[in-house]
Design a binder for this molecule. Structure first.
Ligand code: UDP
Ligand code: MG
Length: 319
């Protein structure tokens, strides 16, 4: 079957990627040219402070397949991907990093799997966490175990955001307009038949990762809050546990009073108990606060991103 009648949209979020972009563009174009299908590259400049934007302007001028959207500031990768989905016009849509960690050479195989008709999306997954700091891998594995236990979304350990999907699936993703976005959760939550492609971890070709440990940790906590209500029930469970404990201690006190009289003692233990319970209460309040904060942000209905510049007229500047 000839592919010329189909179109692929590639969404590429870019934040300070001036070093990686030329390599990415060259290699990806090379792969796409040989795929015998129409394609568009949608670059999202996520408020870069280096020469990413001038580079994108130049790509767009030289190549009619290139679209760029430039945000008014850094809104984060999630917002950048959302902007890409909202403006992608292809029959198939893919998300790719600009740093070559998502090998474009996998695209033909991914398209072939989708055209087989049995699957709606092809997702990629790192076969190993080679080259990653040990402590980061440990936290990542724990995170995946916890979130899969306490949420409906099926989130695969080592999954990357790199995936190719059919138009229908991309439309569903656009329709999920929640402000607090966690794409790995959204992809898993919406379902559809997904084929998992495993490949060895590839190192970034140039530039530096935008994620430090603390940023990743916050992203993980936010993922859990976005896709599970279980932390909210922690307060109730602590409450039940505490009540049972207090009944037990009451019994001990009564028996001691009847058996040995009432020696006044235990100031230290009283303070300990007060601090312990105070700590748990504050923790539970904090958990609740996290959910309320998310609800607060959702109710404001602020745009996910603001586009200040693009080479296309028909894009939605705010969504
Ligand atoms: N990115 C972005 N906005 C950000 C951070 C990252 O658009 O605020 C882009 C970045 O340019 C890259 C992709 O998201 O194309 C993945 O980022 P990175 O390679 O730093 O993450 P890692 O691969 O280390 O997880
Ligand atoms: Mg990367």
């Amino acid at each position: 079957m000839s592919n010329t009648s189909i179109k692929i949209s590639l969404i590429v979020p870019c934040y300070n990627e001036q070093a990686a972009l030329p390599v990415f563009c060259r290699e990806t174009m090379e792969v796409l040219k040989h795929m015998d299908c129409d394609f568009e590259l949608i670059f999202i400049n996520d408020g870069s402070t280096d020469d990413t934007l001038p580079l994108l302007r130049k790509f767009a001028k030289d190549n009619p397949h290139v679209t760029y959207l430039s945000f008014s500031r850094n809104f984060g990768k999630e917002a950048a991907m959302y902007a890409g989905f909202a403006n992608a016009g292809g029959d198939y849509v893919a998300v790719m990093d600009a740093d070559m960690q998502d090998p474009p050479s996998l695209l033909p195989q991914m398209l072939e799997i989708l055209q087989g008709g049995e699957y709606d999306s092809v997702a990629t997954c790192r076969a190993t966490r080679k080259g990653e700091p040990k402590i980061r891998s440990w936290f990542a594995r724990k995170f995946y175990r916890i979130i899969n236990k306490i949420s409906d979304a099926d989130i695969v350990d080592g999954a990357r955001d790199f995936r190719l999907m059919k138009r229908e699936m991309a439309d569903v993703i656009v329709s999920m307009s929640e402000y607090n976005r966690f794409s790995k959760g959204i992809f898993g939550w919406i379902g559809f038949r997904t084929y998992w492609l495993h490949y060895d971890n590839v190192e970034r070709v140039a530039g530096q990762t935008k994620w430090n440990f603390w940023k990743l940790f916050k992203y993980a906590v936010s993922g859990i809050i976005n896709f599970s209500q279980v932390p909210l029930s922690i307060a109730s469970w602590f409450g039940i546990l505490m009540t049972l404990c207090s009944f037990f201690f009451l019994l001990v006190i009564i028996v001691r009073k009847l058996a040995f009289g009432d020696p006044v003692a235990g100031w230290a233990s009283t303070i300990c108990v007060i601090i312990f319970i105070g700590g748990i209460q504050l923790f539970c309040l904090g958990v609740m606060g996290q959910y309320i904060a998310k609800t607060y942000m959702e109710t404001k209905r602020r745009p996910h991103y603001i586009i200040s510049e693009s080479n296309r007229e028909d894009i939605r500047k705010v969504k």
